[in-house]
Each structure stands twice: as C-alpha cells, then as structure tokens.
Design a protein around this ligand. Sequence first.
Ligand code: ATP
Ligand code: ZN
Length: 283
Amino acid sequence: MLKIAIQKSGRLYEDSIKLLKECGIELNNGNKQLKAVAFNFPIEVYFLRDDDIPQYVYDNVADIGIVGENVLLEKAKDIDLVYRLGFGKCRLSIAVPKSIEYNSVKDLDGLKIATSYSVLLQKYLADNKVNAEVHEISGSVEIAPSIGLADAICDLVSSGSTLFTNGLKEVEVILKSEAVLTANKNLSAEKKAILEKLLLRINSVKTAKNNKYIMLNAPNKQLKNIFSLLPGMKSPTVVPLAEEGWSSVQSVVNENDFWEVIEKLKQFDAEGIIVMPIEKMIV
Ligand code: ATP
Ligand code: ZN
C-alpha cells in the first residue's frame, strides 16, 4: 500500500483529486476524513495542509505527496521531486506599492519585506546581494504595506489581480512554480513498484491531454507530404476510401503545433478533417 498526501482543501485539492480519478483511482469517501482508501488501486490518500506535506513525506508518514514546488523548496526537506504535474501554476514574486519608483533589485536595499516564504526570499536576496529585512507572516501578506507592516511583499501570484486591488505592482519573479509529485527517498521495493504504476498512469493522462486524435481524407498523391506532418505514434494508419485514388489517414497531433499542422494539411489537399480528444495515451 502506497500512502499519498494531498491538500485537504485549497487550490490544489480539486486538481489532485481529478488527477487520481483520471488515473482510474476511485476513493471510498471524500475529504471529510483524514484519509481515504482506494478500492481499485493499492493507495491510501491522506488529506493534509499543504505546508505539512514535505515534512510528512520526509518522516514516512506519507510515502509521496502532491504539493506546490514553492512549498517543496521553502521547506527544503531531503525528498525527491518525481514529476511536474502541470497544474497549480503560479509564481513567487516581489511586489512594491505602485507609487514607488522601481528600477532594479538594488531598490529593495533597506526595505522591510513581508512574506510567508522567508527561506526562498532570503536566498534570493543573498544571491542578488540585497540588504533587506525579511518579516515572516503566515497569511494576508498582500495587505502588509497598506497597514504599515512592511514596505514590500514577496508572495504567490497568478493573475496579479490581488496585487492590483491592493495597490501593488510585481517587480521581481523569484520562482515559477507548479504542483509536483514528491516522494520519500527510501521507499521499499514494493512501494516503488506501486509508484511506477502510478507514474505510468499519470504520464498517459498527461500525454493524452497534450495530443489530439486526427482523421482526414487525402488524395493518395499527397500522402507522403501528409505523413511528414503527422508522424503519429509509430506511423499513421492509412485506409483506402471507396473512391479511387483517395485514402483516410488517422494519426495523433500535438496540441502545441495543432493549428499550424491543420493549415499545412489543407495546403496538401486534406479534406473532412476530424479532431477528437484522447482520454489516455500509452506510448
Ligand atoms: P493550506 O490550508 O493547505 O495551508 P494554503 O492557503 O497555504 O492552504 P492555497 O492558497 O490553497 O494554500 O495554495 C496552495 C498552492 O496552490 C500554493 O502553494 C501554490 O503552489 C498554488 N497556487 C497556484 N496559484 C496560486 C495563487 N494565485 N496564490 C496562491 N497559491 C497558488
Ligand atoms: Zn498552506
């Protein structure tokens, strides 16, 4: 049995549960309890505060965990970053009141900066040879300048709207973060084997999301050109159409170059292009 710690409630909760579900893991109760057991996969889910997850993984209370990279680095426990999950994206940034003139990191010299990320901030200041005072607070960091508690803040930002409503501007990005899967360094062989199975599933879910299934009709004389655009997993599937000289081509296309590929396919006389989402993809 592998024990996984996820956030009890908050920004990572929904996506963590969704990921487990997409991996075919079904839980027998919600997050009202401290833990839930999956009935179709050897995994037990612990619901915890995100700040506690690195410590619990380090102490073997949980074997693996889903946590923001920002928390993983701030807690600086000797545990592994196993997989970047692609959700919970945000950045850890320094912000100052809009009215302050800001040109470079040197302008932070002598300021008092409020943050919940004192380890990461101290390191950033030291790396940039800035002499600022770090004031650790646990929440509502964004209001610190307006209540006179600090001159600047260092906090998580995604859209920037919280900064804006508090009269602040983002001036330095310290870290770009996303949710990651972290693991204890000394897992038993049995647990490692379960983790491998889980990673295969996570990877197939993630790969599927990055790809689309594509079907199209094309004249045979253009097939070579079309194959060059759609290499597929091994190679495209080609089925002759009832109409002489035409074929149906089936393949996968990466989300990132999707529109570019579609445009070129049309230039090579492709017709009746159908694109479908892929649920799982095992390469
Ligand atoms: P807990 O009660 O578990 O301690 P929390 O209030 O510390 O929760 P959340 O605000 O739910 O934490 O954020 C959890 C994680 O979500 C963050 O550590 C970060 O990795 C990620 N995240 C993504 N976008 C943002 C954002 N705009 N602000 C804060 N966190 C964000
Ligand atoms: Zn927290």
